[in-house]
Design a protein around this ligand. Structure first.
Ligand SMILES: Nc1ncnc2c1ncn2[C@@H]1O[C@H](COP(=O)(O)OP(=O)(O)OP(=O)(O)O)[C@@H](O)[C@H]1O
Ligand SMILES: [Mg+2]
Length: 308
């Protein structure tokens, strides 16, 4: 298990100090994909950098599988993608970069070669295996950064905005890999601003706001909690509805009715009421993660606007 326990962090400089993490605790279990969500500047990267030992917290502890940050065994337990240029040698080829990284992380030569080849092939970088890494496109560099993070096949992987800047095919390959890793019991902590990515990949969602974890729950539970009994009923032709059902809106074309019910049973009553008008489709409206995100991380008023 990856465990972040009550970490606190204030960045201090001579001029000012920014209190970013007030009290952040998190857990990632094997097989879980935890999406750490939060607005720009909420402290997601700081949290991940703290787990990697790149930021020293003012208080709190981090451990993976019982090893504390600072113990030699700790680093072997995880791989991280933070800054896409990190750990890549621009003059070495993708193959050399990957093989070298594997060897530094203790993988024997032959296995390192195979692993490097496997990852290059998997991520569609095989053709670029022999060119200097500095000549790769931005998206290719992102793929390399992902490959480096998982090079030594660690049990826990931290991914800070892994699909940023990737084309749809590359993003899909990466998403598949993340799901595969979770299936084979790896624990994954990822950040993203793409709510659909979080929705597709995560098993748990944690939202960071104002320096604390505002909510940390299984994705399914969150979605269920926010689901209202909301339906969209489309008619094949414009309809007349003299008394609209409560909590409902008929659109201008008079062909789409949106209704929110208190209980799903009320759908039968509603159907009786709508009979015999010709119904084309009935869809249940789904809540999405963006709505949930907004509920837990309310938008800040503009400081500027407030002053005026
Ligand atoms: N090295 C640093 N020195 C001073 N302040 C920093 C440093 N790193 C980050 N900060 C500040 O800490 C806050 C949190 O930054 P962080 O990068 O952790 O946010 P984030 O949630 O990853 O944001 P984003 O979604 O934009 O990536 C910001 O106000 C940022 O300016
Ligand atoms: Mg960040």
């Amino acid at each position: 298990m990856l465990k972040v326990d009550s970490i606190q962090k204030t960045y201090r400089s001579r001029r000012n100090s920014v209190r970013v993490l007030k009290d952040v605790s998190l857990k990632v279990l094997p097989g879980e994909v935890v999406a750490l969500l939060g607005r720009n500047g909420s402290g997601k990267t700081t949290t991940i950098r703290t787990i990697c030992g790149l930021v020293l917290p003012d208080a709190g502890t981090v451990s993976i599988n019982g090893f504390k940050l600072g113990q030699t065994e700790y680093m072997a337990q995880m791989g991280a993608l933070i800054d896409t240029n990190r750990g890549l040698y621009p003059r070495l080829t993708p193959f050399e970069n990957l093989r070298y990284t594997c060897i530094v992380r203790g993988i024997p030569g032959k296995v390192a070669t195979d692993r490097a080849k496997y990852l290059l092939d998997l991520l569609g970088l095989w053709e670029k295996r022999g060119v200097p890494t500095q000549t790769l496109s931005k998206g290719m560099v992102s793929k390399m950064a992902f490959a480096l993070a998982v090079a030594h096949d660690p049990p826990f992987v931290l991914l800070d905005e892994p699909t940023l800047g990737l084309d749809i095919d590359a993003a899909e390959v990466l998403e598949e890999q993340i799901l595969e890793m979770a299936k084979s019991s790896k624990g994954i902590l990822l950040t993203t601003h793409q709510m659909e990515v979080a929705a597709r990949l995560s098993t748990r969602v944690a939202i960071l706001a104002d320096g604390v974890i505002a909510v940390d729950k299984p994705k399914k539970e969150l979605l269920e909690r926010f689901t209202v009994q909301s339906y969209r009923i489309t008619f094949t032709e414009p309809v007349e509805l003299s008394d609209l059902p409560p909590n409902s809106v008929l659109d201008e074309s008079r062909t789409v009715l949106e209704v929110t019910l208190d209980h799903s049973d009320q759908i039968y009553e509603l159907m009786d009421r709508l009979r015999p008008r010709p119904i084309k489709s009935i869809e249940k409206q789904e809540v999405d993660l963006a709505e949930i995100f907004r509920a837990y991380s309310p938008r800040k008023e503009l400081q500027h606007a407030k002053a005026n």
